[in-house]
Design a binder for this molecule. Structure first.
Ligand code: GSY
Length: 170
């Protein structure tokens, strides 16, 4: 059995619905079990900053899918939520990224794991810390908590726990 961590993000309404439906879709695959779910965070956009705030979260899964098969399934879930890939860093209904797959370093044309920028991004690391603070990021050879401790406070300030209220669009 393989243990993987997947990061999820959305900045087009209904953001929370896109995230929860994505997790349901992951868990509905007969070769995937969602074992842990992080809190949901509202996060300032990183990269292309002239866009709406994101909701971000992460999940831990057990899976018998290969990394390639898992990527294909994540892409199919994104496509099912109307994800278009016209603007590279632009707004998106749903983004699913394989952050870690066991402790493997994977580099193919389609997939790089650990996700190459995850160690710089508080919107990835903070939800991941909810799931497993001690998990090692193989490219850095440090735990998620250690890496977060070294991240500038300004990065972390852009990430706040999101508490959806009844009827909120998300
Ligand atoms: O990398 C995923 C898409 N993305 C995000 C995101 O999910 N959250 C935040 N806060 N900024 C982002 N910029 C991009 S691109």
């Amino acid at each position: 059995m393989n243990v993987a961590y997947i990061g999820a993000g959305s900045n087009i309404p209904p953001r929370a619905t896109f995230l929860t439906e994505a997790i349901e879709a992951l868990d509905s695959h007969r070769q995937i079990t969602v074992t842990k779910i992080s809190s949901i965070y509202e996060t300032l956009p990183v990269g292309y900053t002239d866009q709406d705030k994101f909701l971000n979260m992460a999940v831990e899964i057990n899976t018998t899918l290969s990394p390639r098969e898992l990527l294909e399934y994540c892409l199919a879930i994104e496509a099912g939520k109307g994800r278009k890939r016209d603007v590279r860093w632009g707004p998106r209904t749903l983004d699913l990224d394989i952050l870690l797959y066991n402790q493997e370093n994977i580099k193919t044309e389609q997939l790089i794991v650990p996700h190459p920028r995850m160690h710089e991004r508080a919107f990835v690391l903070i939800p991941l810390q909810d799931l497993n603070p001690a998990v090692n990021i193989p490219t850095q050879n440090k735990s998620v908590t250690e890496i977060l401790g070294e991240l500038p406070t300004t990065e972390k300030k852009g990430v706040t726990k999101w508490l959806g209220t009844n009827g909120e669009e998300g």
